[in-house]
Design a protein around this ligand. Structure first.
Ligand code: NDP
Ligand SMILES: O=CCS(=O)(=O)O
Length: 253
């Protein structure tokens, strides 16, 4: 049977690196994201190696997600791996200064988008059973609070708990569920979070050694290709040069 991986957010960062990693191993690819041009570029790059199906898809659009899954061509319909990767942080400023719309965008994408795709693909995964995987991309921000994380971190806490709860409900089906929770990795993430501030992005990732998209893609591939009787529930991964923030104390002048 031709195994396929369904990747959300394949136009950049972790998702694009994962597409390349799974292609190396011969998986058929279903690549999704909003930027069609980038999807087509990736298809041109990888379709010499494996079958590639691209879908311009906004995960927030419930009906479009369902249609994309219902209309998967036969060659791609055996989705063994769902990589729920699409997501974003916005508004690094303190909660009290954030536009409500930015909070809504994060919730709609990181929470509702992720459940839209999961719901649409669950029947397929359950039918295929043992050895299939749902890999949800959480974050260290889902566990460890820091200033400016407000709703972003909360959406990733949702991802962690949803992953555990899903695993309980899928017990007996053979479908595996993992939350991969990376720390700092250099992608377009900070450019998106700062709405295009390249200097802020360069500063965050500069003079240190952040993880790369390829580092995370390798972990995604590892999790998805473990023997079918093994489930990694949670995989937190950080660069060696990053640790937790300390406590903050408010002091009188
Ligand atoms: N980089 C980091 O330090 C960390 C990132 N993460 C998480 O990893 C995941 C991937 O981020 P990363 O690769 O770093 O960042 P990038 O910004 O490089 O990639 C984000 C991807 O998500 C897609 N995306 C965003 N919104 C939507 C949407 N509404 N519908 C469909 N696709 C969408 C983008 O595609 P397009 O714009 O074309 O739609 C893009 O492909 C995210 O969930 C992020 O929260 C977690 C921990 C650390
Ligand atoms: O999820 C991203 C990692 S961080 O920016 O919250 O540290």
């Amino acid at each position: 049977m031709n195994k396929s991986v369904f990747i959300t957010g394949a136009t950049s960062g972790f998702g694009r690196a994962a597409a390349r990693r799974f292609a190396e191993a011969g998986f058929s690819l279903v690549l999704t994201g909003r930027r069609r041009e980038r999807l087509e570029e990736l298809k041109s790059e990888l379709s010499g190696k494996v079958a590639v199906h691209v879908i311009e898809l906004d995960v927030r659009d419930e009906a479009a997600v369902k249609k994309a899954v219902d209309e998967l061509p036969d060659e791609f319909a055996s989705v063994h791996v769902l990589l729920n990767n699409a997501g974003l942080a916005l508004a690094p400023e303190p909660a009290q200064d954030v536009a409500l719309e930015d909070w809504h965008t994060m919730i709609d994408t990181n929470v509702k988008g992720l459940v839209n795709v999961t719901h649409a693909l669950l029947p397929t995964l359950i039918e295929l059973g043992a050895g299939t995987s749902i890999i949800n991309v959480g974050s260290t921000a889902g566990k460890w609070p820091y200033k400016g994380s407000h709703v972003y971190g909360a959406t990733k806490a949702f991802v962690e708990q949803f992953s555990y709860n899903l695993r309980c409900d899928l017990h007996g089906t053979g479908v595996r569920v993992t939350d991969i929770a990376p720390g700092m990795a250099e992608t377009e993430f900070t450019l998106v979070r700062t709405k295009g501030d390249q200097a802020a992005s360069d500063q965050l990732y500069g003079n240190t050694t952040p993880m790369t998209a390829e580092d995370i893609a390798e972990q995604m591939f590892y999790v998805a290709t473990l023997p079918a009787h093994l489930n990694i529930n949670f995989l937190e991964i950080q660069p060696v040069r990053q640790v937790w923030a300390g406590m903050a104390v408010d002091r009188d002048e």
